[in-house]
Design a protein around this ligand. Sequence first.
Ligand SMILES: Nc1ncnc2c1ncn2[C@@H]1O[C@H](COP(=O)(O)OP(=O)(O)OP(=O)(O)O)[C@@H](O)[C@H]1O
Length: 229
Amino acid sequence: MLAIEGLRVAYGESEVIHGLEAEVAPNEIVAIMGRNGMGKTTLMKALMGIALTTAGALRISDRDITALKSHQRVAAGLAYVPQGRMIFPAMTVEENIETGLTVTGEREVPKDIYELFPVLLDMRRRKAGNLSGGQQQQLAIARALASRPKVLLLDEPTEGIQPSIIREMARMLKTIRDTRGLSIVVSEQVLSFALDIADRVLVLENGEIVHSESRATIDEAKVANFLSV
Ligand SMILES: Nc1ncnc2c1ncn2[C@@H]1O[C@H](COP(=O)(O)OP(=O)(O)OP(=O)(O)O)[C@@H](O)[C@H]1O
């Protein structure tokens, strides 16, 4: 579904991702784990066309998207929930979700989005800035799903979220995968969340994948070791 081939990303002279190779299968949930500063956010931004790639190719459903701009990548099937969520606090919940509709041509928020997130239906006329952290995360995911993606990217969705809500979020993301048939790539530092949600775990260290293991056979202690400082 998503193929990353020989991806190199640099900020000026400083290369941060060094020839990364990865594939994400249809319906697969892949967790990208790594300590702070190892390149998770940079990888997400490169996939979305926000960070500058110096080499490599990206494909979504066999379509080469390497040369496409961000909005064209969204139209091709990528959606992104950035770190910190980046909702528009002064806009209503409904207006926030509507910003995700630009590539589908729909004018109104589809019912199935509100069915997934009933709390957003109740709060649709409220300013998004007044929602709790967990509700804002749901809003950011709803906005991303509004573009009907094939691959959903989430950058550290558990950051600043209470443990009970984190478990709820894991359940919700698996439901989204199962009901909408999409692939999910999630960058994460919380191992329990990654193990709860992922079919496969990749560990990113200094811009390279140093470990890749399916959930079924994973050595938790080994992954925990990569994450400890
Ligand atoms: N705009 C930038 N300009 C220059 N260097 C940057 C920039 N953004 C990130 N970096 C550097 O790139 C490297 C990877 O950072 P990145 O934010 O991708 O890591 P991360 O794994 O997402 O960390 P975190 O968990 O803190 O978000 C770090 O060394 C960081 O200092």
